[in-house]
Every structure is written in C-alpha cells, then in structure tokens.
Design a protein around this ligand. Structure first.
Ligand SMILES: Cc1cc2nc3c(=O)[nH]c(=O)nc-3n(C[C@H](O)[C@H](O)[C@H](O)COP(=O)(O)OP(=O)(O)OC[C@H]3O[C@@H](n4cnc5c(N)ncnc54)[C@H](O)[C@@H]3O)c2cc1C
Ligand SMILES: *[C@@H]1O[C@H](CO)[C@@H](O)[C@H](O)[C@H]1NC(C)=O
Ligand SMILES: *[C@@H]1O[C@H](CO)[C@@H](O)[C@H](O)[C@H]1NC(C)=O
Ligand SMILES: *[C@@H]1O[C@H](CO)[C@@H](O)[C@H](O)[C@H]1NC(C)=O
Ligand SMILES: *[C@@H]1O[C@H](CO)[C@@H](O)[C@H](O)[C@H]1NC(C)=O
Length: 504
C-alpha cells in the first residue's frame, strides 16, 4: 500500500471508529451556531411582522421558476431544491441532480389568529420554531411532532405523528387548507370545501402534485406543564392491555406513548396539560444536564414517584436531545453526567450536518447494520406486531404511539367507513439478531405490515415493489388528481421518489 492510500484508510478508520471526536469538536459547535443564527433571525422577522408581505413576493418567485421550467421545454421533472442532506430522513435523494430544482425559501410563521384559532405557516417552518412562537402566547398545535428540525412541508407531504395523535389524528388532520403551486404555475388554495380531491390527495404525496406554499394549522390553548404518569409493565400482554386501555379511556388522556425496553418490559406514559403543579414533582427534562429521556423513562422501574410535571416545550421536544436513541450509537458517552454538564448544552448535533459529513464507508456500514422504520398497524394487531419485530430485528427500545386514522379519502386512511385506532411502532437501531439482512428482513416486515392492512412511513427505506406499494397505499384518488392537473410530465410518482433505488 502506498503512503497516500494508507493515510486515506487511516482517515477512514478514524472517521468510522472515532466519529464522536469529529462530532464533538466540529459538528456540535457548528450545530449550535446554526441554531443561534436561525432562532435570532426568526424572532426578528416574527417581531417585525415582515413575513406576510414577503410571502407574496416569494410566491411570485416560485411561479417565475415554474414558468422558466415550462419555457425550457419541460423535459425534466421538477422537485424542491432543498438539498438531500438537509432533510431529517437518513437517506438522500438521487433524483435531485437530474431534475429541475425549484427553490422554496419559505421559513416563516405568517400569522397567529387567536380568534379563528389557526396559525398560518410557510412550509419550511420547523417544529422547534413553531412551539417557540406559540407557547409564549399560550397556544400550541394539537399534534406537534417532537424533533425540533422537522418541517411543516415534510410533515404534510410525508407524515407527522405525536403522542396526542390518538385524539387528533396525524399532522395532516390538523391542516385546514393547503396553498399549492401547480405545474401550470397557477396557485390553488384547497380545503375540505374548495377542491377536496386535491386537498385529500396532498398528504403523503411527497411534492408530486405541486409545491406547498403555506398551510393553516389548527391551534388550541396550551397550559404550562404536562402532568405525566409512568406505568411500568412487565409482560407483553400487560403492555398491550395497558396501552389499549389508556388509548380507549373515556374523556381520555391528552398524551399517550409507550417505550418497550425488551419484549416483556416497558413503560406506558400518559399525560394531560395543566398549570397547577406540585412543586417538588416538577422536572425540566429539557435542560442540558438532564439525562436522555429514554433512559429517564427506564429509570421508572426503580422505586420513586411515577408522576412528574414537565414544562410544555420540554415535553414536546423530549426526544430531540438524543434523537430518540439514535445518538447512543454516534456519541456513546453522550449520556454520561460529566459530558452532559460540560458539553450537553451543545446537543444534539444537527442531523443535516451529520449527514453532510458522512463518508461512503460510514453510510454503507449504517445501511447494513442498522434499521430505521416506522410501521403503522391497527392497534388490535399490536401484540403480534411487536413479536414480529422481535423475531425479525430485535431492536429496543421500541417506540409505541397510538393514533386515530379517519376514513377521509387519500393515500392513507382507515379503509373502513369510520375512525380506526392505529399504532406507530418505531424501530431505530442496531438489530440484535445474527441473521439480519437489510433487504430480506425489511421486506419480511413490509409484507407483514401489508397483510395487517398497515402502512409504512416513507422517510425510511422501502424495499417494496411498485405493485406492493400500490397495494399498501390507495392510489385511486391520487391518480385521478395527477391526471387532472397533468402531473405526469412535471412530477414523478411517490414510489419513484421513495423506493430504495431512488435514494442513497
Ligand atoms: C431521526 C428522525 C426522527 C424523526 N422523528 C419523527 C417524529 O418524532 N415524529 C414524526 O412524525 N416523524 C418523525 N420522523 C419522520 C418524519 O415525519 C419525516 O421525515 C417527514 O417527512 C418530515 O421530514 P422533513 O421535515 O425532513 O421533510 P423532507 O424529508 O424534507 O420532506 C419530505 C417530503 O416532502 C416533500 N416536500 C417538503 N416540502 C415541500 C414543499 N414545500 N412542496 C412540495 N414538497 C415538499 C419533499 O420533497 C419530500 O419528498 C423522523 C425521521 C427521522 C429521520
Ligand atoms: C384559503 O382559504 C381559507 C378559507 O377556506 C382562508 O381562510 C385562507 O386565508 C386562504 N389562504 C390563502 C393563502 O389564500
Ligand atoms: C388525564 O385526564 C383524564 C380525563 O380527565 C384522566 O382520565 C386521566 O387519568 C388523566 N391522566 C393523567 C396522567 O393525569
Ligand atoms: C421498592 O419499594 C418496595 C416497597 O416499598 C420494597 O419492598 C422494595 O424493596 C423497593 N425496591 C427497591 C429496589 O428499592
Ligand atoms: C380506494 O379509494 C377509493 C376512494 O377514493 C375507494 O372507492 C376504493 O374502494 C378504495 N380501494 C380500496 C382497495 O380500498
């Protein structure tokens, strides 16, 4: 081996095995600067109320780009210009470089209307930004997915879910209308009353019907704390029983979430908003020196109070600091008290920066030894689903989040004439079975999910064929709308954006 190659492979070795050095000394400070810059900018823009005027200008700018595309002969299809490394999904799109990129620089909260109880936002507004804007005003959105950097556009065009979804449904169900730029350059403001076909086809469509420009989201009054109750369970039967009982409870809990730490050991959490607290039970879990949330939950097996009062935003963003448990693999000692007190205030690193600095080798390693999936299954199939995951991948903790699915038409619905209760089972980590094979194991799980009439969240790898994909997602309305707005030349189908071959 010559010197250069040796240096190269040494560099690779260090990057893979000591990635945390790089993360701590480079990525964390950079992430922090990013965050400070964004927060300051957003705060100033919101205070000056300059965003609404700018919005019209930005819309015209997008129309101009679409016109440019048409004038150029419309030979390529279009997509948003947001680079793949910036999205939360651990994958990057291949198609960005070969398509016509439309720049959507829309990052602002446009209006908070307390009277009519909605907030109008642009698509690149993040969840962290939105909760920071609304909470001080005493409001929140009913479904606030917990990772700070998730965007409204991504949650509408993909999926969004949170521990309040058993009451309010998915993120799409708190949307009142979508302002969309179509491929002929016209703007349409669709809602349940105005062009319902388009309105119901937008969620999960991944930008294949048009570009999202703004959304009106429901808001509800917020209280200052969540009273959270932890209920440890010690068998799978028990876990499913408690989980279902809490989900179906009359005038029920506002928040429900479960973490399984093994097949037979888990904690079911239920919570309500409140402003009255017992001082000694207040726990601001979001502070930098506090342990990662999932480890805190696991500690509830030990003796001690099983009730806590958590400040609202600390609760909403409880999984941000450790990216659920993904950060465990990247900064193994990140939860060590010494690290937390000294450097915890810089956490977490931006997923965008983590991805930007991945080498081909780390990516491959990740792909072969790692699984990230969210599977949405009917709640009645919860027990067998957990067993299925246990046998196929054995990854813990396992995230359980119940949600209500309505019969409204579109790519994803209850498939009956009424609301049905589902559960999101989130699997993130390194499989603990010896014969894990990324493709076969995932396909095996996908088949199971199709058979129980469930859905796969599409930010993760999907190995389904086009036919299997169409079996899982009802395309009848979507196809109709695509034809009506002549989308075929302008945009790929959802499958062509999310299947394994479309991403690296
Ligand atoms: C580490 C991690 C944690 C996660 N945690 C959660 C969670 O807690 N809760 C939850 O519900 N989900 C979670 N997800 C999944 C998440 O819901 C999806 O990734 C979702 O699509 C949002 O991602 P994003 O904001 O990065 O959007 P993107 O990935 O950028 O966008 C998703 C799709 O929408 C399209 N799109 C975006 N904006 C527009 C627009 N303006 N016009 C047209 N098309 C557009 C994009 O082209 C893309 O196809 C998580 C994912 C990861 C990787
Ligand atoms: C869209 O229509 C709704 C009423 O259905 C209205 O409240 C909203 O302001 C409109 N949005 C835009 C961008 O015109
Ligand atoms: C939340 O409120 C509901 C309805 O009042 C109640 O049944 C439930 O026990 C409460 N949960 C907690 C954790 O306080
Ligand atoms: C927890 O409390 C119970 C009863 O109060 C006691 O019997 C048990 O030993 C305690 N367990 C631990 C681990 O302290
Ligand atoms: C798909 O949705 C349409 C309505 O949009 C419905 O008529 C049809 O029955 C659905 N197909 C299946 C297989 O559920």
């Amino acid at each position: 081996m010559n010197m250069a190659a040796q240096a190269d492979s040494l560099f690779e070795y260090v990057l893979i095995n000591y990635r945390w050095i790089f993360v701590i000394f480079f990525l964390l400070p950079l992430s922090l600067l990013f965050e400070i810059f964004n927060c300051t900018r957003n705060w100033i823009v919101f205070k000056l109320s300059s965003a609404p005027k700018q919005h019209e200008k930005k819309v015209r700018n997008i129309q101009r780009q679409i016109k440019e595309w048409r004038n150029s002969g419309a030979n390529q299809q279009m997509c948003t210009a947001r680079p793949g490394w910036q999205t939360m999904s651990f994958r990057q799109a291949r198609y960005k470089s070969s398509m016509f990129n439309v720049n959507i620089n829309m990052v602002d909260v446009l209006e908070v209307n307390v009277e009519k109880q909605y907030v109008r936002v642009e698509p690149m507004v993040t969840m962290g930004q939105l909760s920071a804007t609304l909470a001080p005003l005493g409001w929140t959105i009913p479904v606030l997915p917990e990772i700070d950097d998730l965007t409204v556009g991504g949650l509408v065009m993909g999926t969004g879910i949170e521990s309040s979804s058993h009451k309010f449904g998915l993120f799409q169900h708190i949307c009142r209308n979508f302002e969309i730029a179509l491929c002929d350059g016209s703007i349409i403001n669709c809602s349940k009353d105005n062009d319902p076909d388009l309105f119901y086809s937008i969620p999960w469509s991944h930008g294949t019907l048009g570009f999202l420009l703004s959304v009106n989201l429901d808001i509800i009054p917020a209280e200052k704390y969540i009273k959270l109750e932890y209920e440890p369970v010690t068998s799978l039967k028990d876990a499913c029983e408690v989980f279902k009982r809490q989900t179906y409870k009359k005038d029920n809990n506002q928040f429900i979430e479960g973490l399984m730490f093994s097949k037979d050991k888990g904690v079911i959490m239920t919570g309500n908003m409140t402003s009255q607290v017992e001082e000694h039970l207040v726990n601001p879990i979001g502070r930098w020196y506090k342990p990662w949330f999932f480890t805190h939950v696991e500690s509830k097996f030990r003796n001690g109070s099983k009730v806590e009062y958590i400040p609202l935003r600390d609760y909403y963003h409880r999984h941000t600091k450790s990216l659920f448990w993904e950060l465990n693999d990247i900064i193994p000692f990140g939860n060590n008290p010494l690290f937390r007190y000294l450097l915890g205030w810089m956490m977490p690193p931006k997923v965008a920066l983590l991805k930007l600095t991945q080498t081909a080798a780390t990516k491959k390693l990740y792909e072969q030894n790692h699984i990230i999936q969210d599977m949405l299954v009917p709640i009645e199939r919860l027990e067998e689903s957990i067993l299925k995951f246990h046998n196929a991948v054995r990854v813990y903790p396992l995230w359980l989040c119940p949600f209500k699915l309505t019969p409204e038409p579109g790519l994803v619905n209850s498939r009956t004439s009424k609301d049905e209760m589902y559960v999101d089972i989130g699997v993130y980590g390194v499989p603990k079975i010896s014969n894990f094979k990324a493709v076969e194991s995932t396909r095996d799980i996908e088949e199971f999910v199709r058979n129980v009439k469930g859905y796969q969240m599409l930010y993760a790898d999907t190995y389904t064929t086009r036919e299997e994909f169409r079996e899982m997602f009802n395309h009848s309305l979507y196809d109709k709308v695509r034809e009506r707005f002549q989308c075929n030349r302008a945009f790929p189908e959802v499958y062509d954006k999310v299947n394994k071959n479309a991403r690296i």
